[in-house]
Write a protein that binds this ligand. Structure first.
Ligand code: ARG
Length: 461
């Protein structure tokens, strides 16, 4: 029998029950549901709606339920529609008639919104920690990379040489923005909906500020209808997670092609690769591929929730039950992906000689010749044309670019020396640029930014 059966004379059809039940997935909320109920009980006692004895009895029953849940001895029954009704049913069994007072002044609408915010605070904090850890791995690899350099690409065509450290830190900064975004999401979701009731608050003397403080929320709701129907925080979380997934997908794609025989810029450690069931020679970067592939479902989870929310009338509607599975799934998948990518990067070996050979080939330092002319007073567009003509001749006639440059009186041997292996990357001196001087500064700033983010998360730097 359900907790709300009084209004009904007929039984729920099995198809209805099968379709609407949320217990299989909202069980994940048990710890925060109990936390919310404990605060609610303290709130009721605080305003005199429960005697001290009743409050103590309910808190003891809630603690016993928590123990059963943790031990795996909690027995769910057919009538448990969701985690909230399961807990209330069991509390009533344990606490007797006092159990019937647990839901005073509360609805599952404010209860579930409170639960999901409490759950999200913990889950998103853990995701941010995981992403920061991945950033630290990138910083460590950037440090270890030293002066190693590789071609930087635009349009997947070799464009200019860049330090490997610079390339790795490019991913690092995007992940660091993800952490910043999660922190902003956490700040906005730090509002307690408890006390909003079904949608309008209560005639009872509830104290939403008291329970908000009890639960560690920064504030209580300002509007009870908004409190029970707002799932912006879930949408934001799903966006933050989808964007992390997109960043990881770009990194994964890069590892896949860098570790191919065609590139051979890096080797994935055996611990983060898998073999082929048929082809004995194969070693595949499967973690990187899945990091690329998971972005699809993460974007799907975000899109699905946005469509669920679109056009929903105020206030609570059962549609909102659809918020949980995508959130749980995205949190879980991103957590797993971030850990696997941290391991993949931590154990990745880079092949500096192969990278350097690719970065020293052809006319990749052509811009340095044009800038040599600019320094000598030649307008840039003219300098571009002069160098481009040499590049074309070098390709058409199969002559080394350096030889043509050395012969040209406008350029000469000094300019030709700019084409020597490893020279061009050292000349990228712009602050924030790809050469050793700015990258040293960047690495220090990145490391300091990570330490600041750990502090914002209230954790060790
Ligand atoms: N399982 C529901 C959910 O996840 C709990 C709230 C149910 N509220 C209601 N009025 N039926 O949204």
């Amino acid at each position: 029998m359900t907790l709300w059966h009084g209004r009904f004379s007929g039984q729920m059809d099995q198809a209805m029950a099968d379709f609407t039940v949320s217990l299989p997935f909202d069980q994940a909320l048990f710890a925060v549901d109990l936390q919310g109920s404990m605060a609610h009980v303290k709130g009721l006692a605080h305003v005199g709606l429960l005697s001290a004895d009743e409050g103590a009895a309910l808190l003891a029953a809630l603690a016993a339920v928590r123990q059963e849940m943790e031990d795996g001895t909690f027995v769910f029954t057919e009538s448990d529609e969701d985690i909230h009704t399961a807990v209330e049913r069991r509390v009533t069994e344990l606490a007797g008639p006092t159990g019937a007072k647990l839901h005073t002044g509360r609805s599952r609408n404010d209860q579930v919104a409170t639960d999901l915010r409490l759950w999200s605070k913990v889950a998103l904090t853990e995701i941010a920690e995981g992403v920061l850890h991945l950033c630290e791995v990138l910083a460590a690899q950037a440090t270890a990379a030293g002066d190693a350099y590789l071609p930087g690409y635009t349009h997947v065509q070799r464009a200019q040489p860049v330090l490997l450290a610079h390339h790795l830190l490019a991913h690092g900064w995007s992940l660091r923005r993800d952490v910043d975004r999660i922190l902003a999401t956490l700040q906005r979701l730090d509002v307690s909906p408890l006390g909003a009731g079904a949608l309008a608050g209560s005639s009872l003397p509830l104290d939403p500020d008291f329970v908000a403080a009890e639960l560690g929320f920064a504030a209580r709701f300002e509007n009870s209808m908004d409190a029970v129907s707002d799932r912006d925080f879930v949408a934001e979380a799903l966006f933050d997670l989808a964007l992390i997934g997109i960043h990881l997908s770009r990194m994964g794609e890069e590892i896949v092609f860098w570790s191919s025989e065609e590139f051979a810029f890096c080797t994935v450690d055996d611990a983060f690769a898998s073999g082929s069931s048929m082809l004995p020679q194969k070693k595949n970067a499967d973690a990187a591929e899945l990091a690329r592939g998971k972005a699809g479902r993460l974007i799907g989870n975000l899109t699905g929730l946005l469509v669920t929310l679109k056009g929903l009338p105020l206030a609570y509607n059962r549609d909102l039950q659809e918020d949980k599975e995508p959130l749980f799934d995205s949190v879980r998948q991103v957590g797993l992906a971030v850990a696997a990518m941290a391991g993949t990067y931590a154990t990745l070996s880079f092949h500096a000689t192969t990278m350097a050979a690719a970065a020293d080939a052809g006319a990749i330092a052509a811009i340095d010749l044009a800038e040599f002319l600019v320094v000598a007073g030649v307008p840039f567009r003219e300098a571009h044309a002069i160098v481009a003509t040499h590049v074309r001749r070098s390709i058409d006639e199969g002559v080394a670019l350096a030889a043509l440059v050395a012969e040209d009186p406008r350029l000469g041997p000094d300019a030709a020396s700019l084409l020597a292996p490893g020279v061009a990357v050292t000349r990228r001196t712009t602050p924030g640029g790809a050469g050793p001087i700015p990258v040293a500064t960047q690495l220090a700033r990145f490391t300091a930014a990570l330490a600041a983010d750990w502090a914002r998360l209230g954790q060790r730097p």
